[in-house]
Design a protein around this ligand. Structure first.
Ligand code: SAM
Length: 174
């Protein structure tokens, strides 16, 4: 099977839109991918060091708005969009105490899902391999599993014969 990052990018490419959101830009790998494939990208992070690193990594692009703010405030900055990614957890090589939290990710989803365009997709990568990540994964799964099937399809891609490995949740809007 492909690596999770490749899989998430393949899944995002199945959407045909022009506006994408990186809800957790971190070191900018996903932002770079989005900037290469969408006309306009919004990249959020609460850590200045992450935004600075991502800006540096993506310096060849002029279609990215970097936003030093929580993804819960997404509607202040973005209206309709076609694709989004939450790569949860903590900044690789950064402060492991600063992680995404289920309640804030769920706030962000509640706020932005009405603005996800029809045929749009949000990918969430969950990391149950550490305590906070395991709790976050359970709570986010509970939330997405209750999204109305009239409007959304929710899917999960997970290796099932290994414990605590990262996995993917996808939300497709009809
Ligand atoms: N996508 C990144 C990449 O390609 O390098 C990796 C993201 S990293 C696993 C998770 C990031 O989420 C961290 O940089 C962290 O600062 C950020 N984060 C945590 N809570 C956040 C929030 N409420 N809003 C936006 N970003 C947040």
């Amino acid at each position: 099977m492909k690596k999770i990052t490749e899989l998430t990018h393949d899944l995002l490419l199945e959407t045909n839109g022009s506006i994408a959101i990186d809800f957790t830009c971190g070191n900018g790998f996903d932002t770079y991918f989005l900037a290469n494939n969408y006309q306009q990208v919004y990249a959020f992070d609460i850590q200045k060091i992450a935004i600075d690193t991502a800006k540096n990594k993506c310096s060849e692009f002029n279609n990215i708005s970097f936003i030093l703010d929580s993804h819960a405030n997404v509607n202040k900055y973005v209206n309709n969009f076609d694709a989004g990614i939450f790569n949860c957890g903590y900044l690789p090589h950064g402060d492991t105490n600063i992680t995404t939290t289920s309640s804030i990710v769920i706030d962000a989803l509640n706020n932005c899902l009405p603005n996800l365009n029809s045929k749009g997709r949000i990918i969430i990568v969950l990391y149950p391999g550490f305590e906070q990540g395991a709790k976050e994964a359970i709570e986010i799964e509970q939330y997405v599993n209750n999204l109305p099937s009239k409007t959304y399809d929710v899917f999960k891609i997970q290796i099932t014969n290994r414990n605590h490995v990262p996995y993917i949740i996808g939300i497709d809007k009809h």
